[in-house]
Design a protein around this ligand. Structure first.
Ligand code: G3P
Ligand code: CA
Length: 289
């Protein structure tokens, strides 16, 4: 065989093979499962129905998005405009809670959820806190004056009234507002959402107010996770959809996986071996659909 006569090519191919094999033999690490906008593959996102489904499926946390209404209440909705997920129209910030509560937030998903309402954050805390963790995302706080302060006040007062507020965390893409949130509510873990790489300087300086990083799964690598762990961050990855991506994230050793549905693989080396087939299966499905 020609390849044996070319030592460089031979070593290169052998190295590649060994790397691939050792990758698939890496253990699948345990992680906290976080339901993205609730169990949003099964029920309309950011509603009580999707949060109940997350509890039923055994998720560890619910991830939910908050925005400010016209009259200064924290409402649970992802988009700035209500159009995509309700039967209404207009910006959340131009509507009062009374107007928001009239909207149907379930029918767009399925007629089975007709009449589902947009929840207020305090309703979600009262209903779910203590039952399941809450990962609250402040949506665009930089454009909604006093939103960060109101959220910090709400969570501080829950703690003082000794309501069951354990396992509440707050995250945002907006670093300055997150820093402000940490100053106002230092007991609530705060995390930065990342959709681009973070250099070592920022990794070090953000640690004074952030204890976790929620990172787009395509940005993650073993070296980034190790570096972040050296600074003491927990790492969550979003938004993981396919079975093999769960396995990839487990091999990287992330602490939490944010996903629309639960696809936990057993923590064993034997199961690790099936992931190349899952990758192939997903690839075929993509080709055929
Ligand atoms: O928690 C991560 C993820 O929720 C960020 O993206 O657009 O779904 O809020 P998005
Ligand atoms: Ca979110």
């Amino acid at each position: 065989m020609g390849v044996f006569k070319k030592p460089f090519l031979f070593s290169f191919i052998t190295g590649l093979l060994l790397m691939t094999i050792s990758y698939f033999f890496q253990p699948l690490m345990p992680f906290q499962s976080i339901a993205h906008r609730g169990a949003s593959a099964y029920a309309p996102e950011n509603t009580i129905a999707s949060f109940e489904k997350a509890v039923e499926l055994g998720f560890d946390y619910i991830e939910l998005d908050v925005r400010f209404s016209k009259d200064g209440h924290l409402v649970v909705i992802h988009d700035a405009n209500v159009k995509r997920t309700t039967d209404g129209k207009g910006f959340v910030g131009d509507l009062t809670v009374k107007e928001i509560k009239k909207l149907d937030a379930g029918s767009w998903f399925s007629s089975a959820y007709e009449g589902e309402r947009i929840p207020l954050l305090n309703e979600v805390i009262e209903r779910f806190s203590g039952q399941i963790g809450l990962l609250i995302e402040m949506k665009a706080p930089e454009n909604q004056p006093r939103m960060t302060e109101v959220l910090a006040e709400m969570l501080n007062s829950c703690t003082q009234e000794s309501k069951l507020v354990k396992n509440i965390k707050v995250q945002s893409f907006h670093v300055n507002e997150l820093k402000k949130f940490h100053q106002l509510a230092p007991d609530i873990p705060a995390g930065i959402l990342l959709s681009k790489q973070l250099d070592l300087f920022h990794l070090a300086s953000y640690r004074s107010f952030a204890s976790f990083l929620s990172v787009h799964h395509l940005l993650l690598s073993k070296s980034f996770v190790s570096q972040a762990e050296l600074f003491g961050y927990d790492i969550y990855s979003w938004t993981v959809k396919k079975q093999y991506q769960f396995a990839d994230m487990q091999r990287l050793g992330v602490h939490g996986i944010i996903s629309d549905e639960e696809k936990r693989l057993p923590d064993s080396r034997l199961y690790a071996l099936i992931t190349p087939f899952l990758k192939g299966q997903d690839f075929l499905k993509t080709l055929l659909t």
